[in-house]
Design a protein around this ligand. Structure first.
Ligand SMILES: [Mg+2]
Length: 307
């Protein structure tokens, strides 16, 4: 299967000017500017944990596997360069599955200029495992880190939050161009992508920055899907709780000093809305700011890896 599959893959791969030597040799050779730092990230998706093949088309799984990596590059405000794809395939359906996974992945790779530089495929009797390593290039503005927020910063999010279970968890657009545009145009202090829920990820950003975060709950942009989920099953929480706690929004969470944040909100420079949801504060922890300005603890919810 390997040789035939590689031939097929070669045909599918478009112009890859950063790849001096692509799939087929022992390793890939990438062109890297000596002055530029690189960013690397890996994500692993496992059948039964992250998806069920019975419920989700393999092309959507392949697309998502690349998209979560691109979201992490976006979170660092890095330009995507290349990806390495490792697959553990079910012996019975190996060739069919591999093609289907790449069929979902390749249009996204083309859209973001990511070269599939190589990888590995194995077959076994277990479930499908797909691991992608993505490589990106830091821009002249440096990487966007989560530990650089300052206690007076305002907090911004892109898009709308919650309810990704209804489809966004597979079909989301990684905010690569959005992150690069904002980081290029404005002085951002800190940022990350929201993968495990706004509240939990914001508490991580605050902890990394050694300060706290206060959310103004009436400002949190609630996705239509979050309202839909709340209506379908009121016992699973309100739409606001979905927006605060649901995983896999893959939106950007950013901080900047108040004047810069206000300008971004006024300019609305992206195709998706940018909303101010609160401020960083000196007191460590996650807080909700009441209308009278007082702070009350807010529980970080969302998905904890290893649960
Ligand atoms: Mg991330």
């Amino acid at each position: 299967m390997e040789a035939e599959f590689l031939d097929w893959l070669h045909e599918q791969l478009g112009d890859t000017h950063d790849v001096l030597l692509g799939p087929g040799d022992d390793a890939a050779v990438l062109r890297m500017l000596a002055t530029s730092a690189i960013v690397t990230t890996t994500d692993l998706l496992t059948e039964g944990v992250d998806f069920l093949l019975a419920d989700v088309a393999p092309a959507r799984i392949g697309r998502k596997a690349l998209a979560v990596n691109l979201s992490d590059l976006a979170a660092m405000a890095a330009t995507p360069v290349a990806a390495l794809v490792a697959l553990a395939l079910l012996r019975m359906r190996a060739a069919e599955l591999a093609r289907a996974l790449f069929t979902g992945m390749l249009p996204l790779a083309r859209q973001y200029g990511v070269a599939i530089a190589g990888g590995d495929t194995n077959t076994w009797d277990g479930g499908l495992v797909i691991s992608i390593t993505a490589i990106g290039r830091v821009t002249g503005h440096g990487p966007l880190r989560r530990d650089r927020a300052r206690p007076t910063d305002h907090i911004l999010v892109t898009g709308q939050l919650g309810g990704s279970l209804l489809g966004k968890q597979f079909d989301f657009a990684p905010r690569v161009t959005e992150a690069l545009a904002l980081h290029g145009q404005y002085d951002l202090h800190a940022g990350m992508d929201i993968s495990d829920g706004l509240a939990l990820d914001l508490s991580r950003l605050a902890a990394a920055s050694r300060c706290g975060a206060a959310v103004e709950l009436d400002r949190v942009p609630i996705a239509a899907a979050a309202r839909q989920l709340a209506e379908l099953d009121p016992s699973a929480g309100t739409s606001l709780e979905h927006a605060l706690g649901d995983c896999e929004d893959f939106e950007l969470l950013l901080t900047a000093e108040p004047e810069v944040a206000d300008r971004i909100v006024l300019d609305q420079p992206l195709p998706v809305p940018v909303t101010r949801i609160g401020s960083m504060v000196a007191e460590p922890g996650l807080w909700q700011r009441d209308t009278d300005g007082s702070l009350r603890p807010l529980a970080p919810r969302g998905f904890q890896h290893g649960d």
